[in-house]
Structures are given as C-alpha cells and as structure tokens.
Ligand binder design. Structure first.
Ligand code: E4P
Length: 228
C-alpha cells in the first residue's frame, strides 16, 4: 500500500483519507511549523494525537526535536506513547555528522520495541546501515538527491536490492517529492512507500484532458435530457 501523505495539515489528511488513497502520514519539524503547529512540544503532541487518531491503524511518523542521545531516547519513548500507530523519526546523524544516532535507533528498536523511521538520508549506503541498526523504515529524500545532481532512482534500486538480499525488515520511504512524476517513478525503482506532498497528490488525480472529457460527457448528457 504505497502512498503516505507528507503533511501536518488536518484538512489535507481528512481530504485524502476520505478518498481512500493514503496509507499513512509523515511529518517533520519543518512541515509542522509550516502547517501552523505552535506551542512547542505541547502543540506537536496535540496535532500528532489528532492525526494518529484519524488515520489509525495506518502509521504516523513524528520526529524528535533534539540531537542529544539521552534526550532522544526519552523523547522517542514519549512520542511513541502518544498513540500505538506513531513511529519515531530520528535523523541518520547529528547536524555535524555526529555518529550517536544509530546507537539510539538500535536501542529503541531492539530493546524498547519502538518503531523507528531513520530520516534525512541521501544515499543507499546510509539507508542500508540504518536498516542494519534495526530501523523499521528508512527515509531517503528523493527530491533533494536529484537536486544534488544525481538520480535517486539508482539509489532506491540499489537499496531495495540490498534490503531484499540480506533479509532486512526495513521498508523504504522516499520523501521530498518535487514533481507529480516522482511517485510512480520511485515506486517503480523499488520504494515500498512514497510520501507525497498534498499538492502533488492532487496533481496526480487531475488531468486537463480528463477535465475536457468530463465536460463533454456532462454537456452531452444535458443535451440528451432536453431532447426527451
Ligand atoms: C519525509 O519524510 C521528509 O520529511 C520530507 O519529504 C522532506 O521533504 P523536503 O525535501 O521537501 O523537505
């Protein structure tokens, strides 16, 4: 079931959930800020619980807001306690490449039974190591990879091959959508899920020629009605 919605906006979640076309939601601190979440952790908690309830049993990813190992462990425990379908996002490393995060991921997944989505990754090799640390989800940022000048489809294919070859449980989420075409391309390359920005999901549905066709059907139906 391949499509997640990349948003913190309640109305967008409602809109696409009602259509039956999303199977989960992902957020990050930047998305929550853009979608009007205020009041620090209290605001994050309220919005996360609301979305988690709406989409249950589908998963919601919520990111920690610290890079201190001890605090990440405490916060991850707290976020996961808000709802049974919350996965905790932890970045692959710290802001300056600090290497403590994978130990945190390993501890949370293997010893505390918390599902972790390792995020902010740009390469198959980063994702492979996150998967080996025990992550349930590995998030690669397709649009950002493409913007750096190389094709993320190659990274996705290599990663899927490695996860399958080595029997690793991690599922690949490709995020950072920039174009409507990304979704079908990235799924084709081997992503288990693509997390899609709401405007691009709408763009996948609406086609100018479909509009024209529907207009023709309705106009002809109206003409037929008049000739009764
Ligand atoms: C997904 O999990 C990511 O947080 C998100 O897609 C990042 O997208 P951006 O590159 O548009 O910030």
């Amino acid at each position: 079931m391949p499509i997640f919605l990349d948003t913190g906006n309640i109305k967008e979640v409602e809109r696409f959930l009602k259509m039956g076309i999303i199977r989960g939601v992902t957020t990050n601190p930047t998305i929550l800020l853009k979608d009007g979440v205020t009041g620090g952790m209290k605001g994050v908690k309220e919005r996360s619980i609301e979305i988690a309830r709406m989409i249950a049993p589908y998963p919601l990813s919520v990111e920690v807001t610290t890079n201190d190992s001890k605090k990440m462990l405490e916060q991850a425990q707290e976020l996961a306690g808000w709802a049974g379908n919350i996965n905790v996002k932890i970045t692959i490393h710290g802001p300056n490449g600090e290497l403590d995060n994978l130990s945190v991921v390993h501890e949370l997944e293997e010893k505390r039974n918390i599902r972790i989505n390792v995020t902010a990754m740009m390469s198959a090799q980063q994702c492979l190591l996150a998967a080996m640390a025990g992550a349930s989800y590995v998030s690669i940022f397709g649009g950002r990879v493409n913007n750096m000048g190389y094709n993320c489809c190659e990274e996705i294919s290599k990663l899927r091959q490695a996860l399958d070859d080595f029997g690793l449980k991690a599922k690949i989420i490709v995020g950072s959508t920039r174009e409507v075409l990304n979704v079908i391309e990235w799924l084709g390359a081997g992503a288990h899920y693509v997390t899609v920005a709401p405007n691009l999901l709408e763009g996948m549905i609406v086609h100018p020629y479909s509009k024209e066709t529907v207009q023709m059907f309705l106009a002809d139906a109206a003409k037929a009605e008049k000739t009764k």
